[in-house]
Design a protein around this ligand. Structure first.
Ligand code: GAL
Length: 341
């Protein structure tokens, strides 16, 4: 009997500790004290963050995290993109589903909306969302665009196309230090491409590179004078050893690809989706953002975020452990009190 109580009580206590203090306000909000790779990530209401295959932009001091909304109980004909906001990259407030689409191109059952990425265009003052749109067999291989006047929606569907006429499945976003916006897209016959968006972001205008390496989950960061690109192999939802290459310019030449983590770990079960650069008063930290997919229980897919060891042409993903970041200074450290589940 005692044992049974233990089994019920201990996880309950741990989960309260993990989600941090619950304030006494009317609208109970949950505070998270560290980033815990692989764990349930509670939003402000205590629900697991649903922003899979996501992307993040910073507007003034606010981070916006957009991703695939995969919570249980959704209408199976509709696809949803969620939006969360944060000041510290650790505590995320759910702003709602900012895009709800019901098969806008008559693609049929099990049509696909994946990897939404939002860019803010200062000239037009619009938020432009790119997403991978496809039919159930992934033959359409196109991007679609949805636009909003505000970062938290609502986004309205505009059009779909193949960027520069090429196949495009997984997409990634990259905003360079000078603010120029690029789309990274997987072009199955050739590899992956990095292309500049048009002035109003409503189209893909100029190819910077065709990287002849077959990679998905493409992400780029500009750090200390070098561009680093990471991506995963093409193994669907199954994790594989993600790799990176470097180039002095987005036009290349790109180096050979090398492992970002011990290959046996299959990137600790994660697949890349983005890298975020946090530049503070003291230093810049580059965060690897990855998805730990659970294909049969997608709503329970997790995230692996870890600061990268990066510099001098090398990039390495340390073994995941709970950590904290100070957005002001840009410094991070391991969390000693972190409890993972
Ligand atoms: C992955 C891809 C995901 C999804 C999945 C479907 O390789 O990164 O976004 O498309 O395949 O199997």
């Amino acid at each position: 009997m005692k044992k049974n109580y233990f089994l019920i009580l201990v996880p309950a206590i741990l989960s309260v500790c993990f989600t941090g203090c619950v304030t006494g306000k009317k609208n109970k909000s949950v505070a998270v004290s560290s980033i815990q790779p692989g764990a349930v990530w509670p939003d402000d209401k205590g629900n697991h963050v649903q922003a899979h295959g996501g992307g993040i932009i910073k507007i003034k001091n606010v981070y916006y995290w957009y991703g695939e909304e995969r919570r249980q109980g959704l209408d199976s004909n509709t696809r949803y993109v969620s939006c969360y906001t944060s000041n510290d990259l650790t505590n995320w407030k759910f702003e709602g589903d900012v895009l709800k689409l019901t098969d806008p191109e008559h693609l049929g059952r099990r049509w696909v909306l994946e990897r939404p990425k939002v860019f803010y265009n200062a000239a037009t003052n619009k938020y432009v969302m790119y997403l991978h749109i496809d039919d159930a067999s992934y033959k359409l291989a196109s991007v679609a665009i949805a636009v909003s006047d505000a970062p938290d929606g609502n986004f309205r569907y505009v059009k779909m196309f193949r960027p520069l006429g090429h196949e495009s499945r997984d997409i990634g976003q990259f905003i360079d230090d000078d603010g120029t916006a690029y789309l990274v897209f997987e072009d199955r016959p050739f590899g992956f491409r990095i292309a500049k968006l048009s002035a109003d972001y409503m189209g893909v205008e100029k190819e910077m590179s065709l990287v002849k390496e077959h990679m998905e989950g493409g992400a780029i960061v500009h750090y200390d004078g070098l561009y680093y690109a990471i991506g995963s192999a093409l193994t669907g939802w199954k994790a594989n050893p993600n790799k990176y290459a470097t180039a002095p310019s987005l036009e290349g030449p790109w180096s050979d690809f090398k492992d970002i983590a011990p290959p046996m770990s299959n990137t600790y079960g994660a697949q890349s989706t983005m890298m975020i650069k946090v530049t503070g008063t003291d230093t810049s930290t580059i965060i690897f953002m990855g998805d730990i997919w659970r294909p049969r229980t997608q709503w329970d897919s997790r995230y692996l975020w870890m600061p990268l060891q990066i510099g001098g042409g090398k990039l390495w993903l340390p073994e995941p452990k709970p950590w904290v970041i100070d957005i002001k200074t840009g410094k991070w450290k391991y969390s000693i009190n972190g409890i993972t589940n």
